[in-house]
Design a protein around this ligand. Structure first.
Ligand code: E4P
Length: 219
């Protein structure tokens, strides 16, 4: 099970990669806009912080021919880049071409099981259904995750299911139970998910009781 951070924040990526739990990073134009500065420089730095991680970088062009050209240029930046392409019908032929040319593709902005089936049939590396954006519309995003899991298993597709647009620790928890191969989440959700108030309180109580014993050196 892979954990990705959905951020382009270098300081946080450096800090949290030290936990040994981060398998990659997903970026998008909005996340790069949030950080500001030179997007190419930021991407290259992320790739060097996690040289064995999967770093998803999204295309920014819209015309299919330009998307193909840009996808190849993005992929050439580093061996650990996965090119992110929106699941739009105009790009299907481009995605097919890129897969044939062995460019790793993460198909983003996926909202249905059928879109996922089409992408798995093309053989993309990851499909990214957006759980939180469906939940925003009162559609249970994690039901889609479980349907996609069933479909991938029914046909033995190798495409990995990457639950994206995670807004709460609960959505992360449910994505795991519904069989996501990977989950990408904002830094705050990862940080929340590795903490528990009862663990903190338990440590305080044990430390307090131990001090009362008055032992100077142990063991
Ligand atoms: C996925 O790869 C996207 O970067 C991301 O999860 C989008 O999340 P949002 O809906 O919170 O913008």
């Amino acid at each position: 099970m892979k954990i990705f951070l959905d951020t382009a924040n270098i300081a946080k990526i450096k800090e949290l990669s030290q936990t040994g739990l981060i398998d990659g990073i997903t970026t998008n134009p909005s996340l790069l806009f949030k950080e500001g500065g030179d997007a190419k420089k930021i991407i290259l730095e992320i790739c060097s912080i996690l040289p064995d991680g999967d770093i998803s970088v999204e295309i920014t062009k819209t015309n299919p021919d330009d998307v193909y050209k840009q996808a190849k240029e993005i992929a050439a930046l580093s061996k650990n880049i996965i090119v992110k392409i929106p699941c739009h019908a105009d790009y299907y032929k481009i995605i097919n071409k890129l897969v044939i040319e062995e460019v790793p593709v993460n198909v983003t902005l996926v909202f249905t099981m059928l879109q996922s089936l089409m992408m798995a049939k093309l053989g993309v590396t990851y499909i990214s259904p957006f759980v939180g954006r469906l939940d925003d519309l009162d559609v249970d995003g994690n039901v889609i995750i479980s349907e996609i899991r069933e479909m991938l298993d029914n046909y033995n597709f190798e495409t990995e299911l990457l639950a994206a647009s995670i807004r709460t620790v609960r959505e992360f928890h449910e994505a795991i139970l519904n069989g996501a191969d990977a989950v990408t989440m904002p830094v705050e959700i990862f940080e929340k998910s590795i903490k528990h108030i009862l663990t903190n309180q338990g440590i305080e109580k044990f430390t307090e009781d131990w001090k009362k014993l008055g032992i100077q050196q142990f063991p």
